[in-house]
Design a protein around this ligand. Structure first.
Ligand SMILES: NC(=O)c1ccc[n+]([C@@H]2O[C@H](COP(=O)([O-])OP(=O)(O)OC[C@H]3O[C@@H](n4cnc5c(N)ncnc54)[C@H](O)[C@@H]3O)[C@@H](O)[C@H]2O)c1
Ligand SMILES: O=P(O)(O)OC[C@H](O)CO
Length: 337
């Protein structure tokens, strides 16, 4: 990348978070092309500067363009920003990989763990594309897309083992309303983002069952404890889990009615089956797909994750709501750690 031209980014795809990050980057002066799967979304972004599928009410920067051709989006890109459901990453990336330039930094926005391999998105990216870990970054934090599209302030962590790559992406997405920090702890950043979705399901369930704020605080606090245990066992720094991609995202997701994971949990807590809650949910709900894989990681690393275990059992309809609550409250007494 020469210092005299603005950075170029390809954002795949034009869902809610992809659109929000594309807007942030365009507002930061980065030249952005979004890849949309549907012609009508790409046409609308190019002609009336709106994404009718996700944010019909928000005018996008005129400099933000769209295409349905991934090769066209990726041509000359300094950054490839990936924002699709984690379970679809491997297949899509294999098709896009031949168009990725030799110096392009690949940035994952995804907060899920692959079901069959138990891999994080950054690991899938290096596996599928063969690029070095230093060219793979992760952006994660308390970032509800709707708030960001409204220009409300937010911050996030960009993690990459190559600090220079993280700094370049930081510059490419720093605006007056979006403040990105950098980190080298990719593992901690990704695990914080993935596990908070499962804890948000638990908080939603508790809320749907009519439980109070004490129960919410209990789940957030002990949820952070089990997230940190897993992340540290997998090599993360504990401070990462106390930061934006850990505690920050956990608090935002567990508190907000905008969260799809929390809302899905609320449906379950009110008595809907998993099938009914899925039918009521239009967008990506990573915690539902990732809970079992996170539990498998916990078993592999010899870590206790009681909330994740109970949520996984509930999602597979192995326990009832009352049995799930009892399973958590009737665990043997222990010191707090
Ligand atoms: N929405 C948010 O506030 C937010 C914030 C931070 C992180 N995230 C993360 O970003 C990722 C994407 O979430 P989102 O909110 O944008 O989801 P979304 O459901 O709004 O959009 C998903 C996008 O992926 C595309 N897509 C869906 N299935 C696909 C498939 N099988 N193959 C290819 N493309 C497919 C859709 O067309 C859409 O463009 C998730 O991992 C989520 O956890 C979301
Ligand atoms: O809507 P959710 O539950 O996927 O959460 C969105 C973001 O991850 C919040 O940071």
């Amino acid at each position: 990348m020469t210092p005299h031209r603005s950075a170029r980014a390809a954002v795949l795809s034009a869902g809610s978070w992809g659109t929000a990050v594309a807007k942030i980057m365009a507002d930061a002066g980065t030249s952005v092309i979004v890849h949309a799967r549907r012609d009508e979304i790409a046409d609308s972004i190019n002609t009336v500067h709106r994404n009718p599928g996700y944010f019909p009410d928000v005018e996008l920067p005129a400099a933000l363009t769209a295409t349905t051709d991934p090769a066209a989006a990726l041509a000359g890109a300094d950054f490839l920003v990936l924002s699709i459901p984690a379970q679809s990453l491997r297949t899509n990336l294999a098709a896009w990989a031949p168009h990725i330039g030799p110096a392009t930094v690949i940035v994952s926005l995804m907060k899920g763990i692959e079901q069959h391999s138990h891999l994080r998105a950054s690991q899938i990216i290096t596996e599928v594309t063969g690029v070095s870990a230093g060219r793979v970054a992760v952006l994660s934090g308390p970032n509800l897309a709707r708030e960001i599209m409204d220009g409300q302030p937010a911050a996030a962590t960009i993690a990459c083992t190559d600090e220079d790559a993280a700094h370049r992406f930081q510059k490419a997405c720093h605006t007056g309303y979006f403040r990105p920090y950098t980190s080298t702890d990719v593992t901690g950043c990704e695990l914080g983002g993935a596990v908070k979705n499962v804890i948000a399901l638990a908080v939603g369930i508790a809320s749907g069952m009519g439980l109070g704020d004490n129960a919410t605080a209990l789940l957030i606090t002990r949820g952070l404890a089990e997230t940190t245990r897993l992340a540290v066992a997998m090599g993360a720094h504990p401070a990462t889990l106390a930061g934006l991609s850990g505690l920050g995202d956990l608090v935002a997701t567990c508190s907000s009615p905008l969260s799809r994971n929390r809302t899905f949990g609320t449906h379950l807590g009110r008595g809907l089956s998993v099938e009914e809650a899925t039918a009521a949910t239009r967008q990506t709900t990573e915690g539902v797909k990732s809970a079992q894989a996170i539990l498998a990681l916990a078993h592999t690393h010899g870590v206790e994750m009681p909330i994740t275990e109970v949520i996984s059992a509930l999602l597979h309809e192995k326990v009832t709501l009352d049995e799930a609550a009892a399973a958590l409250m009737q665990r043997p007494p222990k010191p707090e750690r």
